[in-house]
Design a protein around this ligand. Sequence first.
Ligand code: XUL
Ligand code: CO
Length: 435
Amino acid sequence: MAYFPDIPKIRYEGPTSKNPFSFKHYNPDQLIEGKTMRDHMRFAAAYWHVMRNGLSDPFGGPTALMPWDDQSDSVDNALRRADVFFEFLDKIDIQYYCFHDRDIAPELNDLAKSNAALEKVTDHLKDLQQANNKKLLWGTACLFSHPRYSQGAGTSPSADVFAYGAAQVKAAMDATLKLGGEGYTFWGGREGYATLLNTDMKRELDHLAALLHLAVDYAKKIGFKGQFYIEPKPREPSTHQYDSDSAACLNFLREYGLLDSFKLNLETNHATLAGHTMLHEMTVALGADALGSIDANQGDELIGWDTDQFPTDLYLTTGIMQKVLEMGGFTTGGLNFDAKRRRESHEPEDLFHAHIGGMDAFARGLKAAAAIRADGRLDGFITKRYDSWNSGIGAKIENKMVSLDEISNYALGNGEPVIGSGRQEMLENLLNEFI
Ligand code: XUL
Ligand code: CO
């Protein structure tokens, strides 16, 4: 059965094509720096947005047309959705996907029943993956929607809620292993607080770390070799989330001895909510060798919240791909479209336009990033800017070969230092040569 009967398989037709159902720039088999575009990007679709997001907003209900969905909590409905999703993946030519346990299978009125439903749906997903040659980028447990998690899961004041959440993590990890998932993500939607008046922060952080350690130990036990990720976000839904940005996450992981087991899954709109750019967040993660995966989207400068829009900004996609190339490419990670259509884009075909736009924007970003690297002027400028550290007093300081006394004597004899221009405008012009 075809759920998108009017949508063709999306193929590369080149920049002159006027067909909206084609890629203008994403040419999966094209080699860039010796690797196919497909392998550079490792695009993934988010099950929660494609299949479960009705597009409601704080002022109005769902608008998305989902003729295949009977809105019931039945396993049959969940199985049918999976069929629709794999037809979508096939037509859009995306090889990976990501899910929360409760996106793919219903939350029923007791844990054992929910686990059983998850078993059934993941059996079906496994078959669909095999039949369609698709893969799971990462799985996760939804520890933020149900009212029991309104005060946190790993950081709940209730040990019973923590235990329920941990049990959900166990089942979601089992599901991820069964589906050959290459990663497992923790995003702490409710792992924060609304007010410090009722919060024992230190104890909550200890508990959150305990949950992550339990997951790491369990992975060893079941033979899950995938990469663990933690996904920073400063707020929404909490007032303050403990995993607020890259630096806070890295400090948390370091403090609790988890840095060897986790990398970061960075999301553009979360970076901007934190008052950073995505490039700042990526640079911080890269510095700690902890850049793992990306939730690709973008925010809206005129709307202050997490709008999860599809990425179309070429400066953004170019910058992201520069950092990905600098890292040497993704290993377990990829570009997961954690993005939703606007509420007004409610027809099924809009799912295609949205993903085509994101994929083409990243293809242009990749091409520009590779050209900037091949050109070499930008990297060359940065290298040259730090030249004084390569010899003389700079090299001695870097190599910890001088005391403060000796440095002081050097400065006394050296006169007023001369510093060259940062040339920001010239470099911005250079960047624009490639966009
Ligand atoms: C929420 C968000 C999540 C995580 C997975 O803002 O990004 O969907 O990616 O839980
Ligand atoms: Co995300």
